[in-house]
Design a binder for this molecule. Structure first.
Ligand code: GAR
Length: 211
């Protein structure tokens, strides 16, 4: 059974997609063992509670220095003994010590087709504002492993979504979530639970299902 720890900052719809997928069998052989938020008011913590998953908040704002936060944050993560850490709308930079300790065991969902509209400053609605501003006709979402950079790790899954005339950032965000994020994030968790994702020379590959 793959033990999954989900890190969140906000609404938690991607967390919900994982919980629902475990409940209805789209994700097999995995369980969410904990949810950690940096934001005490994150609705995601309510979703965790409703699903009977232990949730806790640890915020950089409660510590004098970033180093102190990073240390306690890593302790909180270690305490859950996760096999896989999922960043589901988590907006805090992962400390380098955590990236090193959990190499190829941390995945992130990003609301664009990386390498477009990613990196520092591109998160949440800002990604969709930038895509509409540029006038692209296809957007999407990416699940990737987390390395030391911002949105630079090995890409596991991507799914494209079309931009439609009259889209606002909010409408586009919702379509990207519905058509891409809530599908490929649970799919990636299921693939990892079944040992079907490997990383070689900085690139991820999904192996075919045994028949
Ligand atoms: C999602 O769209 C996720 O892709 C994005 O934040 C949103 C969180 O929504 N993440 C990033 O922008 C990370 N760079 P949720 O809390 O409802 O899952």
């Amino acid at each position: 059974m793959l033990k999954v720890l989900v890190l969140v900052s906000g609404g938690g719809t991607n967390l919900q997609a994982i919980l629902d997928s475990i409940a209805d069998g789209r994700i097999k052989d995995a369980e969410v063992v904990g949810v950690i938020s940096n934001n005490p008011n994150a609705y995601a913590l309510k979703r965790a509670e409703a699903a009977g998953v232990p949730g806790r908040c640890i915020s950089p704002k409660s510590f004098g220095t970033r180093e102190e936060f990073n240390e306690k944050f890593l302790e909180a993560v270690d305490a859950c003994q996760p096999d896989l850490i999922v960043l589901a709308g988590f907006l805090v930079v992962i400390p380098p010590a955590m990236t090193a300790k959990y190499r190829n065991r941390i995945i992130n969902i990003h609301p664009s087709l990386i390498p477009s509209f990613c990196g520092t400053g591109y998160y949440g609605l800002k990604v969709h504002e930038a895509a509409l501003e540029r006038g692209v006709k296809v957007v999407g979402a990416t699940v990737h492993f987390v390395d030391e950079g911002t949105d630079t790790g090995p890409i596991i899954l991507q799914k494209a979504v079309e931009v439609r005339p009259g889209d606002t950032p909010e409408i586009l965000q919702r379509r990207v979530m519905e058509q891409a994020e809530w599908k490929i994030l649970p799919e990636a968790v299921d693939l990892i639970a079944h040992g079907r994702v490997s990383v070689t020379d900085g690139r991820a590959a999904v192996t075919e299902e045994d028949r």
